[in-house]
Design a protein around this ligand. Sequence first.
Ligand code: DGY
Length: 323
Amino acid sequence: MSDAITSPRIVVCGRIPAPAIDTLHTAGEVWAWDRDEVIPTDVRDWELATTDAAVTLLTDRVDAAFLDAAPRLRIVANVAVGYNNIDVAACRERGVVVTNTPGVLTDATADLAMALILMTTRRLGEGERLIRSGSAWQWGMFMMLGTGVQQRRLGIVGMGGIGTALARRARAFGMTIAYHNRSPISAEVAGELDAERLDLDELLATSDIVSLNCPYSEATHHLIDGRALRMMRDDAVLINTARGPVVDEAALVNALREGFIGGAGLDVYENEPEVHPGLLTLDNVVLLPHLGSATVETRTAMAQLAAHNVVEVLAGRAPISAV
Ligand code: DGY
């Protein structure tokens, strides 16, 4: 049978919410890996051999081997805003469209960054661990004192949608905003947030809390290294909800141990899902398992956006959110 008369075939490489699978069914025949663990390569490659579209998660590596296994592939729809799991240049060379899911996870990720700021400055992880440990405790005037965030400067590295949404939340908590970004934000938003644009070193040296909200690329690999950490104030806190390798994790452990900075709140790790063992021993660090977009509503919206991108491309139309 020729390709012209068969309906397109769509491979979903990981478990995604059911409404998105329903959407994909409107575009073609769907095969979906339905377990939480990453799809084994031999199963994946077998399915890719006859597929026109692939829906991927950030745990799927889309590299030359993936593309070699999928000679008919027209689109890779990544269910994430970050796409560092995808060799975009290799896709482009082969005429494969790559899409991501911007916008729909902005609020959820900004909420989580704000939660990490509060957890870290108010020592909430430590408090929870104390109760769960079963140790004796009672209210004390000087027990587990943290610091307030009011009047503190939040320095945001990467002032895109998520950085801006975090700044709005932080303003509501009484914080002042500085940011570092390739280009300035609009005068209107800068005015609304009273946000000052700084070069990275100045932002690091003057912020009480530094939040990483930039994409990961060669340019941002180890942006926060030993030198950057030494620029920070010794009571400053580093928050990372972007991508692990933006931070040199070994240098971070060293900075926390040596007291170059005051604490860290992390949702992402350099060699995810591994976490540097040094982080596990430190009380001034809050560690979350990459939960930035982990709400039912957000994950459903992300998967639906990916599915609609597939529908558009398989129908010969432009994708909604090409990278
Ligand atoms: C993304 O979309 O890049 C997030 O990290 C997924 O939670």
